[in-house]
Design a protein around this ligand. Structure first.
Ligand SMILES: C[S@@+](CC[C@H](N)C(=O)[O-])C[C@H]1O[C@@H](n2cnc3c(N)ncnc32)[C@H](O)[C@@H]1O
Length: 199
């Protein structure tokens, strides 16, 4: 899906994925988890709800989106003093302008064409620091005519396990129409994982 495709959805107001609030699973996670503070990238940030929740929890948040209107609206919805910035760019293709302690995935993996999923995994490694963590909410639906395009736990494990170690996973609290359809995961990188992927 091109930049123009997404920009057109924002300009025509056809943004049904946007529930006007952050991922409930993320909100709960940030309340209970004692993560060391650092920088977080939210790729495909949309209007910035998730990035603002990370910022309010004490992280330095950057939202990245390919659609200029998403970036503009994110900035408009972010009150002065909140530690969240928004940039236009392509998560899959761009050379990182910084490397992050965390990446938070929420509805970008299901938004891209499944043929780009290998590129997604490589991009996640590229944008993370060598000891970074990848926190993700995956959308487990069967749809093949997306976006959204569905996935399974098995597919996600197959794609990510060569490059990341799964530390934790659970079924999170969700928006009402996604209850039971989401899978939340925390993955880490590191030298030992690197060595495993090189074998
Ligand atoms: C389904 S929407 C989800 C938005 C947001 N995560 C949310 O849940 O409200 C997917 C978002 O990813 C953006 N996007 C699609 N491909 C992208 C890419 N390659 N790099 C960065 N953003 C992308 C779209 O513009 C859109 O804002």
């Amino acid at each position: 899906m091109s930049r123009e495709y997404w920009e057109n959805l924002y300009q025509t107001g056809d943004t049904r994925w946007d529930k006007g609030e952050a991922s409930p699973g993320l909100v709960d996670f940030l309340k209970r988890e004692r993560l060391s503070k650092g920088s977080v990238l939210v790729p495909g940030c949309g209007r910035g709800h998730d990035a603002r929740v990370w910022a309010n929890a004490g992280f330095s948040a950057t939202g990245l989106d390919v659609a200029p209107s998403a970036v503009r609206e994110s900035r408009e919805q972010t009150a002065p003093g909140i530690n969240a910035q928004f940039r236009e760019g392509n998560f899959l293709e761009d050379e990182p302008f910084a490397r992050f302690d965390y990446i938070f995935e929420h509805t970008l993996f299901c938004a891209i064409n499944p043929s780009e999923r290998d590129n997604y995994v490589k991009a996640a490694r590229r944008w993370l620091k060598p000891d970074g963590k990848f926190v993700a909410v995956f959308y487990l639906i069967p749809d093949t005519d997306g976006p959204p395009f569905g996935t399974t736990r098995e597919e996600v494990r197959e794609r990510f396990e060569p490059f990341f170690l799964l530390e934790e996973d659970w079924v999170p609290r969700s928006y009402p129409n996604r209850t039971g359809l989401e899978w939340m995961t925390v993955w880490r990188t590191g030298n030992d994982v690197e060595a495993k992927s090189e074998r």
